[in-house]
Write a protein that binds this ligand. Structure first.
Ligand code: NAD
Length: 256
């Protein structure tokens, strides 16, 4: 028996086999969930469709999360196909490459708005559309964040600010949908070599630093995030909501 038997999950953010969302998808499938994927554009679609097929995911829908229409279409389609929904995974972020290096002072108005829109606001838009379809007994929403929301990390710049907004969104949304039995949480993952991470200047130095300085003296793997996601999206965590949960080998407890 799987921990997610009978549950239906929509996963935003599979781009390739290194994506955190892909590790979550494989784990959820192994635990019995039925899945739907979304993809941002045609370039991503080329990689997402074969991955979906490899684990028997039939519902694969286009969605640029800057578009309210796209998001509404995804959940209308999911509602039509499934009649209801148990789990929503938000594993999506973006900032222009030039905003992810050098001085934070150079953050542009347009770059700030774009990073906020894709990486933070989109969670509100998704939950708003998913909510009418979500299972009142055990519905779970999960977003991916990073510790640069709380502390200054070189080059994270506007993405650190967007993650701070995302984490606040998690708390406000948890309160908004909690009375209907739906939970909203975030995982704050340690650094992982993915497409998104490759956009951050000097990323490899962060991973090396973390390995040397964490209590557990190791970097995390995508599977570590997927295991925590499994717990947070299963009924095992049914009284846990509004939290940011670290999966970072303990890095966040260190002062120096
Ligand atoms: P990834 O590149 O595999 O995933 C990012 C996803 O965002 C991609 O699927 C991309 O297509 C999608 N995306 C970007 N703009 C979009 C748009 N306009 N519409 C729809 N989708 C869009 O990288 P990842 O590291 O797996 O990132 C997933 C999440 O995990 C992100 O929120 C990221 O900030 C977070 N995170 C990553 C790390 C890390 O070190 N890799 C650490 C902590 C948190």
């Amino acid at each position: 028996m799987g921990l997610l038997d009978g549950k239906k999950a929509v996963i935003f953010g599979v781009a390739n086999e290194k994506s955190i969302a892909w590790a979550i998808a494989r784990t959820f499938r192994e635990e019995g969930a039925e899945l739907a994927f979304t993809y941002a554009n045609e370039a991503v679609a080329k990689r997402v469709f074969p991955l979906a097929e490899s684990i028997g995911v039939k519902l694969v829908l286009p969605c640029d999360v800057t578009s309210d229409d796209d998001i509404a279409r995804v959940f209308a389609e999911v509602g039509r196909e499934w009649g209801g929904l148990d789990i929503l995974i938000h594993s999506v972020a973006f900032a222009n490459r030039e905003e992810l290096k050098g001085s934070f002072l150079n953050t542009s108005r347009a770059g700030f708005a774009l990073a906020m829109d894709i990486s933070a606001y989109s969670l509100i838009a998704m939950v708003k559309e998913a909510y009418p379809f979500m299972n009142e007994r055990g519905g779970s929403v999960l977003a991916m964040t990073y510790y640069a929301s709380e502390k200054v990390f070189p080059n994270y710049n506007v993405m650190g600010v967007a993650k701070a907004a995302l984490e606040a969104n998690v708390r406000y949304l948890a309160e908004a949908v909690g009375p209907d039995g739906i939970r909203v949480n975030a995982i704050s993952a340690g650094p992982l070599k993915t497409l998104a991470a490759s956009g951050v200047g000097g990323f490899h130095q962060i991973a090396g630093h973390v390995e040397a300085k964490t209590p557990l003296r190791c970097n995390i793997e995508q599977q570590d995030v997927a295991n925590a996601a499994l717990f947070l999206c299963s009924d095992l965590s049914r009284r846990i909501t509004g939290g940011v949960h670290f999966v970072d080998s303990g890095y966040n407890i260190m002062g120096m």
